[in-house]
Design a protein around this ligand. Structure first.
Ligand code: SF4
Length: 346
């Protein structure tokens, strides 16, 4: 609930309006998620709150916790009240903490290199379930007087297919009473759903857009990302460029490097042709090998050559800094394994 909604709900119960501010302060500043501990609220009112409301993190169960060996990345698998599960990841950078949130439980986009569509029911997450993925980490950080300051919507799911909940959650996190996170510190990543990019443009918020591109040859992109058949990538790049121009935010194109598939000089040249003179940057991501699918990581020399071809054509590009590689290798797989176990148990 946003503040005005909570104020109305409290008024209907005969509680004073200012209680809403106190509750927000407990929940989102102090990260206390239990009404019983809200000591500046009278006992009878606390009991009434307990009876009438639930704070979602209390119902979200952390079923797995993985820490990377470098200590910079923590991944949680959260079980939702319907038994579904989502992954959320906290990363510690020099500039602070960022969280990569999921927008759907599972995903229906069937990208060839992704485990998010495997096993388990696929459904949209609610605003509260998206927010819980951030506040569950704020609750851990609060004792160190730290907070999450960046959000990337890049976990499982296609955010543009759950548009209202994703942008509702981001707007909540932006509010001073919510998490006070600047829109400039938020990124939404899409596999290329053009109507979603256009809606994002209509919102007029300076949120960054990232596009998972991964191939610039029609046939290969159809194979790697079936969404390309509905929204061909040249149209996606055109929509993203319009977004960049209207928002003033550079678009990031994610490009997973797959040995002998999309990592040739010719691929780099084609990519440069598409992105030259655009407000765009490329994030090159050497793949985490999936031998069963024939995905291998190009060697270091090839990766650097690909980068240098882009740079020669004046396309801004970087190689993604690998964080928590040991646990990121399992991206989407934690949820898939959990769903599988549950199915067996049932
Ligand atoms: S990469 Fe993203 S859009 Fe593609 S299947 Fe995985 S979660 Fe879905």
């Amino acid at each position: 609930m946003a503040m005005p909604q909570l104020q109305t709900a409290l008024a209907e119960l005969g509680l004073k309006k200012y209680r809403a501010k106190q509750i927000f302060d407990w929940l989102y500043r102090k990260c206390v998620f239990d009404f019983a501990q809200m000591s500046n609220i009278g006992k009878a009112e606390r009991e009434l709150l307990q009876e009438k409301f639930s704070v979602l993190p209390a119902e979200v169960n952390t079923v797995r916790k993985l820490d990377s060996s470098d200590g910079l990345t923590r991944k949680l698998l959260l079980e939702l009240s319907d038994g579904n599960a989502v992954e959320t990841v906290l990363m510690h950078h020099d500039y602070g903490y960022s969280v990569c949130v999921s927008s759907q439980a599972g995903c229906d986009m069937h990208c060839a290199f992704c485990a998010s569509g495997l096993n388990g029911a696929i459904r949209n997450l609610s605003v509260a379930e998206i927010l819980a993925q951030v506040y569950v980490f704020n609750q851990e950080l609060v004792s160190r007087e730290e907070r999450v300051s960046r959000i990337v919507v890049m976990g499982s799911g296609e955010p543009m297919l759950n548009f209202d909940a994703v942008f509702g959650a981001l707007q909540f996190l932006h509010e001073p009473d919510g998490a006070n996170i600047s829109y400039r510190n938020m990124t939404v990543s899409t596999c290329g759903i053009i109507p979603g990019i256009q809606r994002m443009q209509e919102l007029g918020l300076p949120i960054s857009l990232a596009v998972s591109l991964h191939a610039v040859r029609m046939e290969l992109r159809n194979e790697l990302m079936p969404v390309n058949k509905g929204y061909p990538f040249p149209d996606v790049i055109a929509a993203a460029e319009q977004y960049a121009r209207s928002s003033g935010r550079q678009v990031t194109y994610e490009y997973i490097l797959l040995k002998d598939k999309n990592d040739s000089d010719r691929d780099a040249e084609l990519l440069a042709e598409y992105l030259r003179y655009k407000q765009a940057g490329v994030n090159l991501i050497p793949v985490n090998p999936v031998p069963e699918k024939g995905f291998f990581r190009p060697d270091k020399k090839r990766i650097e050559k690909f980068l240098s071809v882009l740079q020669k054509h004046h396309v801004h590009a970087t190689i993604r800094k690998e964080m928590g590689k040991d646990i990121n290798a399992a991206c989407g797989q934690l949820r898939a394994a959990f769903a599988k176990e549950k199915n067996y148990a049932e």
